[in-house]
Each structure stands twice: as structure tokens, then as C-alpha cells.
Write a protein that binds this ligand. Structure first.
Ligand code: FAD
Length: 341
């Protein structure tokens, strides 16, 4: 069989990292990324990029933990390399604070992040409205630089980037052996997935260079995540809202909530408002599917539906998707050798 051709639909963190893992797992493949938007215009560009997992109720915890661990290990290695600054990856320490002690004092990811421990009394004094807290060090991706770094690595390995809206996966049938669907919330229309829904998130990106530690309220609705250049203040979770327009009332509410956690933010400058639609599902759709039309087959691998936690698990799910692509190619190879006999 000639070099197998793989199309990856989507150029957010999931599409780009999946394309990269495919080039690593199947180096003989010719990979093309097709997308109607690239950085800086994807949901992935809006994200805060913190490695704090979100829980998928429909996925076993051991699987989610493995995805997170793979991602943490991968990004930790980058953070310890000379690539760290270009890739926008850095360690960040801080606090997750609660008004009442949570039922689950040790989240499943507590032994993956670094130095997880209960906050001391002295630390808690900074948060007079909170009674309990956890301190740890995790990683943060500054999202647009990380996406550009992934794109640069892909181009260096010969991956083609193509600006194209795909209306139907069957369009790609004559050109590609396997199609990988990483369309994020776009999969709602592309493959008609009714289980996929948006959770709208509005955030503020501000200049506040004195803020060095992250602060997150226990429920995860209010957060302050310092990046290399700007601090992300959040947030909102609006289920089934498709609106990408910033809401000024929400901006004020987010700012006030963050200032009540970190009063010095009243001096923040240069406030930019961003909105993104989290591609949400009970579980990430990570599976092979064989589509069939009039006796013709199309091999598809799906990798979408990462909701609020795409950055936290992207490398783990990308590796698994690349393995599924490898299985598809092995099946194709098997059927083409049988046809020759
Ligand atoms: P996207 O980034 O949306 O990429 C989808 C791609 O598919 C795009 O390039 C799009 O153009 C393309 N596409 C779609 N349909 C088609 C089509 N028909 N034809 C061609 N191309 C198509 N996660 C974390 O882990 N940590 C965080 O701190 C965090 N903070 C967040 C804060 C906010 C406000 C939001 C909104 C999200 C946050 N997330 C966070 C979640 C994270 O952003 C998502 O899980 C992740 O970005 C999903 O990536 P994706 O590649 O699947 O989707």
C-alpha cells in the first residue's frame, strides 16, 4: 500500500496534538490538518489552559487519570526544556479554596500534580471567607503560543495545513484512507451528535504582573490563573448557550468575584474579554467508526467532546486516537493483502 493518507479535521488543541501523535505513531503516513479556523480563532485559544482536570461522568476515573498523567508528564518535560518559553508552558503554584470542607478531600489527580497538600492556617488567613483549601503546583499552557508551537512542529514533519470547512466527512472519502474527527463543538453539526452541547465560558485576560499564584474557588466557577504575560480571570458556565458575544454584565460580575478573592486585582489594566464554547459531553468520544454508504466504507476515528478539560487531557486522548488510527491502517493493510491473494 502507498503511504496511507490521514485527514485530521480541526486545528484546536485536540486536532493539532492528535495530528502530532499520528506522525509519531505512524511515521509512514501522510497527514493533513483541515480546518475552517486556526489559532488565534479557536475555542482552544480562549481557554485558560490550566492543568486541573474536569471530571467526565461517563468515563472511568482510571482512564481519565491516565489521560491526565500522560499530558502532565509530556508538558512537564517541555517546561523543563529550552522550548518552554516558545511553547508557552510553565509551572504555577497556588490555592484551591472552599467555604466548606469538600466531601472528597483528595481529588483523583492529587498525586499527579506536584506537592498537593492541605493549606496551612497562615495561607488560609489570606482568604477570610474560606475555611479549607488545597495548595499545589501544576502546569499552565499559554494557549495561543502552545497552538502555534504545535503547528510549527507539525509543519516541520511535513504535515499539510489546509483551510477548509468540511460539511460532511464523506467529502474526504476519495482522498484519504482514514478521517479523524477533532471538530470540537463543530461535531454537533458535522456528525449530528445530539449528546454534544456547548457550555459557554466568558473570561477576562488582564495585565496584573504582580499576581504570581493561581487562586480557584472550590467549585471552579471563579478563578485567577496567571500566565506568562497576562492573567486569566473567570468565569462562567452557561449550558446550551451558543452566543459568542461578550456580555458586559457578566464581565463586571467576573471582575467583582475575582477581586473578592484577590483584592489587588482592582488595579488590573488592559482588560480584554473572550468567549468560548466548551464542547461538552458525558464522556469524550474517542472511538473508531466504520461509515458505510452503498457498499463503500469510510474509516473514521472520533476524538472530541473534551468539555472544560481539553488542555488537561489532550496528550492522553491524542495518543489513544493515534493508536485507533494505527488499528484502522492495520485493518486496511490486512484487507488489501487479502484482496491481492
Ligand atoms: P476547538 O479548539 O474548538 O477546535 C475545534 C476545531 O475544529 C477548530 O479549529 C474549528 O475551526 C474546527 N472545525 C469545527 N468544525 C469544523 C468543520 N465542519 N470543518 C472544518 N473544521 C472544523 N480546558 C482545560 O483543560 N483547562 C482550562 O483552564 C480551560 N479553560 C477554559 C476556559 C474557557 C473560557 C473555555 C471556553 C474552555 C476552557 N477549557 C479549558 C476547555 C478547552 O478549551 C476545550 O476542552 C478545548 O479547547 C477543546 O479543544 P478542541 O480542539 O476539541 O476544540
Amino acid at each position: 500500500m502507498a503511504a496511507p493518507k490521514v485527514a485530521v479535521v480541526g486545528a484546536g488543541v485536540i486536532g493539532l496534538s492528535t495530528a502530532l501523535c499520528i506522525t509519531e505513531t505512524c511515521p509512514s503516513c501522510s497527514v493533513t490538518v483541515l480546518s475552517d479556523q486556526f489559532s488565534p480563532n479557536t475555542t482552544s485559544d480562549v481557554a485558560a489552559g490550566m492543568l486541573i482536570p474536569h471530571t467526565y461522568p461517563g468515563t472511568p476515573i482510571n482512564v481519565q487519570k491516565q489521560w491526565f498523567k500522560e499530558t502532565f508528564t509530556y508538558l512537564f518535560a517541555i517546561s523543563n526544556s529550552a522550548e518552554a518559553s516558545e511553547a508557552g508552558i510553565h509551572l504555577v503554584s497556588g490555592w484551591q479554596v472552599f467555604k466548606t470542607t469538600p466531601k472528597e478531600e483528595l481529588p483523583f489527580w492529587s498525586d499527579v500534580v506536584l506537592g498537593f497538600r492541605p493549606m496551612s492556617e497562615a495561607e488560609l488567613q489570606k482568604f477570610p471567607q474560606h475555611r479549607f483549601g488545597q495548595a499545589f503546583t501544576t502546569l499552565k499552557c499559554d494557549c495561543p503560543p502552545y497552538l502555534l508551537w504545535l503547528e510549527k512542529r507539525l509543519k516541520a514533519t511535513g504535515v499539510q495545513m489546509c483551510n477548509r470547512k468540511v460539511a460532511d466527512l464523506w467529502e474526504l472519502h476519495s482522498e484519504y484512507n482514514v478521517v479523524v474527527n477533532c471538530a470540537g463543538i463543530g461535531a454537533h453539526q458535522l456528525v449530528g451528535d445530539e449528546k454534544l452541547f456547548p457550555i459557554r465560558g466568558q473570561v477576562l485576560k488582564v495585565q496584573a504582573p504582580w499576581v504570581k499564584n493561581f487562586i480557584r474557588d472550590g467549585g471552579g466557577l471563579t478563578y485567577i490563573y496567571p500566565g506568562i504575560h497576562r492573567v486569566t480571570l473567570g468565569g462562567t458556565r452557561e449550558k446550551e448557550s451558543w452566543s459568542l458575544s461578550p456580555d458586559p454584565g457578566t464581565t463586571k460580575d467576573i471582575f467583582d468575584r475575582c477581586c473578592s478573592l484577590e483584592p489587588s486585582l482592582r488595579g488590573a489594566q488592559d482588560i480584554e474579554v473572550k468567549v468560548g464554547l466548551r464542547p461538552s459531553r458525558r464522556c469524550v468520544r474517542l472511538q473508531r467508526e466504520v461509515l458505510s454508504q452503498g457498499g463503500v466504507k469510510l474509516l473514521v476515528v472520533h476524538n472530541y467532546g473534551h468539555g472544560a478539560g481539553g488542555f488537561s487531557v489532550h496528550r492522553g486522548t491524542a495518543k489513544e486516537a493515534a493508536q485507533l488510527v494505527e488499528e484502522c491502517l492495520a485493518a486496511l493493510q490486512g484487507s488489501s493483502s487479502r484482496a491481492k491473494l
